[in-house]
Design a binder for this molecule. Structure first.
Ligand code: ZN
Length: 361
């Protein structure tokens, strides 16, 4: 498969510690203690431990040491996992990078093509921290997007859901943006009008440059306000010229609003429904979620990713969840009478064809 959404991960191996991976991102000693306590109590953590022990041919109790030994040659270990999960090419969210330096590093490490997405949020956060005015921030975001396209990015991503939410207003002016910079809240929560305006402008540039835009929707780590992450909140933006001309990829299946996300992809020809992250953290629901999307959305607009991060096993686990779920999806589609050729074509589109057409052509 082509994995359309992952992150840079560890650059060396070591003992396996499942407690360090998860959605609880608070910092400090009590948060660390909590992470260790709940580490093994999460279903997905138990499943990844069981499967990794089987992969490494060891007992679960011996996993930390067995993984330490197996990962001594890090490139070989990482490539083995990706081969086993049939990930042939990846697209990474590299933050506010301006070049392929990070993705090139991971292409070398994984011995397969790795492409990059430009992120607009860090550009905005950094300039806000420095006290830049609205006009400067918006024009720097525009410059960043143009430079990223020239430097060969596969697309863009925004996590505006984690900042000021997905209810992006389409009527923001520079004056309103400037006023929003004076809100007495932390930078991550500051400047809604500014962030709305910058996102809309960035979408316009992505549309001109023929690059797709990934938008975080649905659940995420514990710093997210989930109520601000419902994909339906994007309807006003998607009705604008920028929002209806750029290719907009709504990621993570919008969990728990998968059908809502499916409706947006069904009703708007430039909107794509992407499945990732749920295949790590809610692995039992993946089959059901894919069926919900396949039932609604044309199959040329559903895309698969992992949202792998921190350790390469998260990519491996998430990709296997997709392959296994697809077998059940295909069985169900066959049972209700879909033709074998339609099912096979859909499989190819979802695992590879759509991502290639959208990001890489
Ligand atoms: Zn991600």
């Amino acid at each position: 498969m082509i994995d359309d959404h992952g992150h840079p991960f560890a650059r060396s191996g070591g003992p396996w510690n499942i407690a360090s991976i998860g959605l609880f991102t608070e910092e400090g000693a009590s948060a660390d203690r909590r992470r260790q306590e709940v580490g093994g109590k999460r279903l997905w953590a138990n499943l990844i431990d069981q499967r990794l022990a089987a992969y490494l041919k060891c007992n679960v109790a011996d996993l930390p040491e067995a993984r330490n030994e197996a990962s001594a040659n890090w490139p070989t270990y990482v490539r083995g996992l990706l081969d086993d999960a049939n990930i042939v090419e990846s697209i990474f969210d590299v933050g506010g990078e301006r070049s392929s330096a990070v993705s090139d590093y991971f292409a070398d490490l994984t011995a397969r093509p790795v492409h990059w997405l430009g992120r607009i949020d860090p550009i905005i956060d950094n300039l806000m921290e420095k006290g830049a005015d609205a006009e400067t921030i918006v024009s720097e975001v525009e410059r960043y997007c143009r430079e990223a396209i020239s430097a060969g990015c596969a697309g863009f991503k925004t996590a505006i859901a984690y900042r000021t939410g997905l209810a992006v207003r389409a009527d923001m002016t520079i004056d309103a943006a400037q006023k929003s910079l004076t809100e007495p809240v932390p930078v991550r929560r500051r400047g809604k009008a500014l962030r709305d305006l910058a996102f809309q402008r960035a979408l316009g540039i992505a549309a001109e440059g023929g690059r797709p835009f990934q938008v975080h929707t649905g659940f995420g780590d514990s710093s997210l306000r989930l109520s601000e992450s419902n994909p339906l909140l994007l309807e006003e933006l998607l009705a604008t010229e920028e929002g209806s001309s750029a290719s907009v990829v709504l990621i993570h299946s919008g969990y728990p609003w998968t059908e809502e996300l499916g409706f947006l992809a069904l009703s708007k020809p430039n909107v794509f429904a992407e499945v990732s992250l749920i295949n790590i953290f809610t692995p039992l629901k993946v089959t059901e979620r894919i069926l919900q999307l396949v039932e609604l959305v044309p199959t040329d607009r559903i895309i698969f990713g992992t949202d792998g991060h921190e350790q390469p096993e998260t990519f491996w686990f998430a990709a296997h969840a997709l392959h296994q779920s697809w077998e059940q999806v295909a069985q169900e589609l066959g049972r209700v009478g879909a033709s074998a050729s339609w099912i096979e074509e859909a499989r190819h589109d979802l695992f590879e064809g759509n991502a290639r057409r959208l990001y890489l052509d």
